[in-house]
Every structure is written in C-alpha cells, then in structure tokens.
Design a protein around this ligand. Structure first.
Ligand code: CA
Length: 432
C-alpha cells in the first residue's frame, strides 16, 4: 500500500528533505537500521545522510502507526523488530521512505529536527542481541590461498569444500561495535622448531574482511530453512572484521577448528543494510561445480555486488598526518556460497535459527593479490611484507595500527548506498 502510493523506495531519482551528500553511504534509498545511545538509553534509529531518525520518537509521534509494533520500537535492540520477519522490515522501510522523501508524506518534516539526531554525536551500539554467531569460509579464493599457505604440498582445497558451506561457531559475546579497541590477545603459540608452546601476546595479529547477515524471523527446532526461501529469513548485512591471532590459531585449530585465535573480538559496522536496499545490486554468484546437493539449491541470483576496501593507518602515519592507505580492494559478488545457501546449510539438520543470530561470510578474497581479505594472504604469511606510505613494513598488525573496513554499492541507474565503517585500533597486550 505504502509502496503503491509513494513508489519504489529504491528509485534512483528519489531525493530527501534531509540534506544529503551525493557520495554518502546513507541516501534515502538505503535507510539502514541501528541502535544508538540517546536520551534515556539505547534507541532504535534509521540512518539518513548525516542524521539518524529516532524511530522510538517517530512511533510515539504516531508516524509509524499500523506499520511497526510500538513495543518493538521502544526496545534497546532490533531483535523484536527482526522477530516480526522480513515483510515487517520491508513495510517499515517503505514508510520511512515516504516520510523522508522530498515529495512524500510531510508528517515527519513538519516535526522538524525534533526526531533527527546528528550521526556524528551518536554513540552506536551492537544493534541486535546476538544469540548465536557462525563464521563461514565461503570464498573459494581465500580457502585456496590458506590451503596453499598451510599445506603447500597438498591439494589446496579439502575434498568437502565444494560440497559444504564450511563454518564453525564463533563467540557471540565478543562481537563488538565499530571503534571498539583491539586489545592484542595472549595465547599459546608454538614455533615449528620449539619443543613446547609458550603463552604470551600474539605476534601474528590479523584482520578478516567479511560481510555478515542477521537472521530475521527464524525457524522451529527440527525444521530446516529451505534454500529457496532462506532470504525471507535474512534481515540485512553489516561489515564484519573477524580479527584473528594466526599463531594461536595455527597451534590450536586441529582437530576441532578455530577457538581462542578468533574469539577475542569480532567488530561489526553499526548499520544493518536491508536486502531490500541491496536489491538493485543483486547478481548471480559464481558457477558451482559440482552442482550443490538439492537442499542447497536456490533458483535465481543470490549474490550481491558490494565493493569492499581495507585501509590501514599506523601510529607513525597518524602522527605525520599521512592518510590511511588502502591495502585491499574486493567485491562480495565473487563469494562461492551465497547467504541463502549458508542459512539453509546451518539449519539443514534442524538446528534453531533465532532473530538476531549473526552469520559471517568468511574472509572475502578475490583472484588478484590486491584483493585478498587478510594480511596472511596479502603478505603470504609474512614472506612478502606490505610497504606503507610511511616506508614502514607490515607482515601482521602492530600496536597503534588503525584498520577500517569499507563497503558500498554503486552502478549506473541506482543510487549509491554504503555500510558505514568497521574500525579498530590495536592496543598493546595486557600482562601475560
Ligand atoms: Ca572468519
């Protein structure tokens, strides 16, 4: 109804009465949801330009009547909104579009700045209470690179990789918001020629450039989510930096997989960009050979063309006023396993998926060396150091390094949308 009356929220011609920067991440065609620290605690908002629409206040002003449950908009997380499922999120975005576009419903504009908050002043929070966090391993190029690095004499891809979207359970409690300091973790590491491991600060601290999606709706225990219907259970995407201690990981990961080498911190960007906003950027994923088993087959394109970049600024660069350097550029479209297939696989045994569960893609690497999504690949386990504009070399992260992940979508005929940032600065380890 709102859609018919006000038109397509993705229409590139739409403008807003909120001032917008043409190159910004949050035009009226995006309208991602997040949670910010506001008057009286955490509040739900939608990003537009340099502002946030306070959705709790908008609801209390009667602007969202019949669109979203007022109790869900009074909450301190997006979980109740996401529990209402994709159709409810689509309805809310369409209503926000109507309230924010120049030729739309003037009700919000009439209330003026009372419902708008400056984004630069807002402290963002993790937007959903994350019950379960899964990290996949869905980039063919990343899995191949790590196979070559760790098993140089064998077949780079393990025999199961092209059949199973490989994943493991991460630590939901360590998922933190953009800007959270990265305390260098301590752990057990063992040099190849050493007789025994030692415990101390990781010397191989790394990044992993990933996208992640939050579940909306969910399933009942014992009832798998079909691949063809899985996108109806996805609320939207954020950037994910799955910080990794490679030396800890290398010593601990066999036979059960990553544990403390990963669980110390995972940083996400604050704004959940909906699948509806990503629709103009939908693309077919890579050809899958052999064809996936039936429960992983989903007709139609399920990839998204999302441009990605990683920037790094050392303490010395910061002190000298040298801008952050781009150390990797990539695109999400090349991921072998789609989000729909990941969700279908994760629930294929009947495992429960709840609103707010986070599923990360795995490191996103492309086919060229400048498109690798981790330092262990970019420097080939430290054997080919990066040279920063300051002349410094990097094998892995040093204390004081600032890392930022960037993601955006653009193509002719569509409005450019972005995800904001997932940033972190490395701090020295505590006492070992
Ligand atoms: Ca990962």
């Amino acid at each position: 109804m709102t859609r018919e009356r006000w038109g397509d929220p993705n229409d590139a011609a739409l403008t807003s009465w909120v001032p917008l920067d043409a190159a910004g991440d949050f035009p009226v065609q995006n309208l991602p949801l997040g949670v910010f620290e506001g008057t009286g605690g955490a509040r739900i908002g939608a990003a537009i330009g340099d502002r946030i629409v306070d959705l709790r206040a908008a609801s209390e002003a009667g602007l969202l009547d019949g669109i979203a449950d007022p109790a869900a908009l009074r909450a301190a997380t997006l979980n109740a909104l996401f529990a209402a499922g994709r159709p409810a999120l689509t309805r809310l975005r369409a209503r926000l579009s109507a309230l924010l576009r120049s030729d739309g419903d003037p009700a919000l504009h009439a209330l003026g700045d009372a419902l708008l908050v400056d984004r630069s002043q807002a402290r963002m929070q993790v937007p959903l209470a994350i019950g379960d966090y899964v990290d996949f391993y869905s980039s063919l190029e990343h899995a191949t690179n790590l196979g070559r690095i760790f098993r140089p004499d064998g077949e780079p891809l393990l025999p199961n990789w092209r059949w199973i979207p490989i994943g493991y359970h991460g630590r939901a409690g360590s998922v933190a918001i953009d800007g959270t300091p990265v305390r260098r973790p301590c752990g057990q590491r063992k040099a190849p020629d050493a007789a025994a491991p030692t415990f101390g600060p990781s010397a191989m601290l790394d990044i992993e450039l990933e996208m992640g999606f939050f579940a909306a709706g969910g399933n009942r225990l014992g009832e798998p989510i079909a691949a063809a219907a899985a996108e109806a259970q996805i609320g939207g995407f954020v950037l994910v930096n799955d910080w990794s201690a490679r030396d800890v990981q290398a010593w601990e990961y066999q036979p059960l997989g990553p544990f403390l080498g990963k669980s110390f911190l995972t940083t996400i960007s604050p704004w959940v960009v909906s699948l509806d906003a990503l629709e103009p950027f939908r693309v077919a994923g890579p050809l899958q050979e052999p064809p996936p088993l039936g429960y992983l087959q989903a007709p139609g394109p399920h990839g998204f063309s999302i441009e990605l970049a990683v920037t790094l600024q050392s303490a010395a660069m910061r002190a000298a006023g040298v801008a952050p350097a781009t150390i990797a550029r990539g695109n999400f479209a090349g991921m072998y396993w789609s989000a729909a297939q990941q969700l279908a696989h994760a629930s294929s045994n009947g495992a429960r998926v709840r609103p707010g569960d986070l599923f990360a893609s795995g490191t996103i690497s492309g086919s060229t060396p400048d498109s690798y999504g981790s330092l262990i690949e970019l420097t080939w386990r430290g054997t080919r150091p990066l040279v920063l504009p300051s002349g410094e070399q990097r094998r892995f992260l040093e204390d004081g390094d600032d890392v930022a992940l960037h993601a955006w979508c653009e193509k002719p005929g569509a409005a450019r949308i972005g995800f904001g940032l997932a940033r972190g600065r490395v701090e020295p380890a505590g006492a070992a």
